[in-house]
Design a protein around this ligand. Structure first.
Ligand code: GLN
Length: 186
């Protein structure tokens, strides 16, 4: 669990509810031996700056190349995408072939919850909090759920992206999916 900023505690609670060990990562050494890393929601500009400062940006890329799975929710999804539209303040990690735009449902007051249909999982409730919108996906990206005609949950190889928050309610199904992706090969 990347624990630099954002709602990492809620993710940790979900992962531990599944009986899976979870550690908080604040520097590159703490990535050692992890099957997967979750980048939480929060403020993508802040998380990006903090990652860069301690070298976690490069370390995450290196570890992912060596097989570590990645999940990003909301700000985390922005940071893992290849292209962030109209963003000049930071460069994303660019690990999944997704074009995304920040704050595209509007301001904080325009946040909402929605019942989503997720391929293989059924109904999942998602909280969209100043959420980004996925505007485009490459051919190798599988869309697992869409809302209003836009993908909201996508996967490519060992990377899972959700534009909504998966960690706020009692439903652990998205975290379970990520744990099964991450444990593959372990
Ligand atoms: N609006 C935030 C950003 O652009 C993301 C919001 C969230 O993670 N809930 O970074």
């Amino acid at each position: 669990m990347l624990a630099l900023q954002g709602d990492f505690r809620e993710h940790r609670r979900q992962i531990e509810a599944l009986g899976v060990e979870c550690v908080e990562v604040r520097n590159p050494e703490e990535l050692e031996g992890l099957a997967g890393l979750i980048i939480p929601g929060g403020e993508s500009t802040t998380i990006s700056n903090l990652m860069k400062k301690c070298g976690l940006d490069k370390a995450i890329k290196r570890k992912h190349k060596a097989g570590m799975a990645l999940m990003g929710t909301c700000a985390g999804a922005i940071l893992l995408s290849k292209t962030v539209l109209n963003e000049k303040r930071f460069f994303p990690l660019g690990l999944i072939d997704v074009t995304i735009s920040r704050n595209s449902y509007g301001r904080q007051v325009d946040s909402f919850e929605a019942d989503l249909n997720v391929k293989g999982l059924g109904k999942v409730n998602g909280a969209f909090i100043r959420a980004p919108v996925i505007e485009g996906t490459g051919n190798n990206v599988e869309v697992l759920s869409s809302f209003n005609g836009k993908p909201v949950l996508v996967m490519q190889g060992k990377i899972l992206l959700a534009t909504f928050h998966t960690e706020l309610g009692a439903d652990t199904s998205i975290h379970r999916l990520f744990c099964s992706v991450a444990s593959d090969g372990f």
